[in-house]
Design a protein around this ligand. Structure first.
Ligand code: FCB
Length: 447
């Protein structure tokens, strides 16, 4: 069996973060408020009332954080740009100080020999755009393309590849359908126009980035959906869930059409959101790479009580679980990669794993469960590559413990422990393990 040391010679090693989860400095240098500032201030929205107001203070400590990345020997660093730092009201005047921060960050990364991989949208929509309807408003897609142009004009000379959106599935479902993330709307399936408008935003921005000669990826959270039993009812429930979680976001981009959503009670035009020509706008620019954020598979059964949802999500009791309660099934990553290749065939671009990792208990500096998680998932990845799937790189989530959305600081995903009272960074055992793996892999490949 191939393992992580057998990954291809050009395989790129990275780590990932996101702006609201690490930057802090939410009211500094002209940054405008985002939906996450508003949501986190709402009593009861985030566990223990935590907010990202300070987070890891990365806005001021980015040099120290880049030194940690350099210590790992990373090829690339995936971060996100806070739209409301660049355009405080989401559109209109540019904030030079906000843009200058990302300019400094990019230069410091390049200086350290690390390729920047920015994500343009990782859930922190400018509040001013939310006030106009957020992603439920089609206009937001056009404002996103304008924002992409501003940032690409400034950084495109030094940043070769870009990710447009992070996990439109999670943003749509948690942010707009269930309301457990910002902006906190609970519209159930009527949230899906927000998915379409994000995909439209992706397509418009992708065309523009290509005009700048830049490469474009889209990162989504994809899961291996498995029916709980071999019954026809469970198979139908699994297919409905797969359409919602995976295919709704990948089919339009790779195939130029939406999957059949009728089992969810969603009409073909997604409640009037899809206009003639939209799927071409989403599909035609093409993708240079598919970003895969993988954490766990999902087991699905037919609904026990007939109601709104055509599926039940059930536990995977035989698997170990992370501190977050997520099942750990490394082979599901291999199976998912093979499924993507078989399903999309030639339409599938090269894949980069843009997130993978697990949370551990706070006190664990010797974080063996994380080392085991990363090692087994990288072995599964190496096996999928040996079986013919084109995977180019791996960005672990995350470099640092950070603000984990509705969980606040209570779920810790970092290779580096952060003491949020003092901002002291302490590399965990997984940091040394990842550093040594990268060095050993390079040595084996002679680079
Ligand atoms: C993903 C998010 C990322 C982080 C990890 C744990 O869904 O993209 O910001 O919260 O989960």
């Amino acid at each position: 069996m191939p393992d992580r040391y057998d990954l291809p010679a050009g395989f790129r090693w990275g780590a990932a973060t996101a702006a609201y989860q690490i930057e802090g400095a939410v009211a500094e240098d002209g940054r405008g408020p985002s939906v996450w500032d508003t949501f986190a201030a709402r009593p009861g929205a985030v566990r223990d009332g935590h907010t990202g107001a300070v987070a890891c203070d990365h806005y001021h400590r980015y040099s120290e954080d880049i030194a940690l990345m350099k210590g790992l020997g990373l090829d690339g660093y995936r971060f996100s740009i806070a739209w409301s730092r660049v355009l405080p009201a989401g559109s209109g005047p540019v904030n030079p100080a906000g843009l200058a921060f990302y300019d400094r960050l990019v230069d410091a990364l390049l200086e350290a020999g690390i390729t920047p991989l920015p994500t343009l949208f990782h859930w922190d929509l400018p509040q001013a755009l939310e006030d106009g309807g957020g992603w439920l408003n089609r206009e937001t897609a056009y404002r996103f393309a304008d924002y992409a142009a501003v940032v690409a004009d400034r950084l495109g000379d030094r940043v070769p590849a870009w990710i447009t959106l992070n996990e439109p599935f999670v943003h749509t479902v948690f942010g707009y359908a269930l309301g457990t993330h910002a902006p906190g709307r609970a519209l159930m399936f009527e949230a899906l126009p927000a998915a379409h408008h994000q995909l439209l935003a992706h397509g418009l921005a992708a065309s523009l980035l290509h005009e700048h000669g830049l490469e474009v990826m889209l990162s989504n959270n994809l899961t291996l959906v498995e029916p709980a039993t071999s019954s026809a009812e469970d198979a139908a429930a699994a297919a409905a869930y797969d359409a919602l979680h995976n295919r709704l976001f990948t089919d339009p981009v790779l195939l130029g059409r939406y999957p059949d959503l009728s089992a969810l009670g969603v009409p073909d035009d997604i409640f009037g959101a899809v206009r003639p020509g939209d799927t071409d706008l989403i599909h035609t620019p093409g993708l240079d790479g598919l970003g895969l954020n993988f954490y766990n598979p999902t087991r699905v059964a037919a609904p026990t009580t007939p109601g709104l949802l055509p599926f039940d999500l059930v536990d995977i009791p035989e698997a170990p679980h992370t501190a977050f309660g997520w099942p750990v099934v490394p082979d599901a990553l291999r199976q998912l990669l093979l499924r993507l290749r078989d399903f999309y065939g030639k339409a599938l671009p090269p894949i980069t794993v843009t997130e993978n990792g697990c949370s551990v208990d706070e006190s664990t500096i010797p974080d063996q469960p994380r080392i085991d998680y990363l090692a087994t998932h990288l072995d599964a990845l190496a096996t999928a590559i040996a079986e013919g799937v084109d995977v180019r790189g791996y960005y672990t989530w995350s470099l640092l413990d950070n603000f984990e959305w509705a969980e606040g600081f209570n779920q810790r995903f970092g290779l580096v422990h952060v003491d949020f009272a003092t901002q002291r960074r302490t590399p965990r055992a997984s940091y040394a393990w990842y550093r040594d793996l990268i060095a050993a892999h390079r040595a084996r490949c002679g680079r």
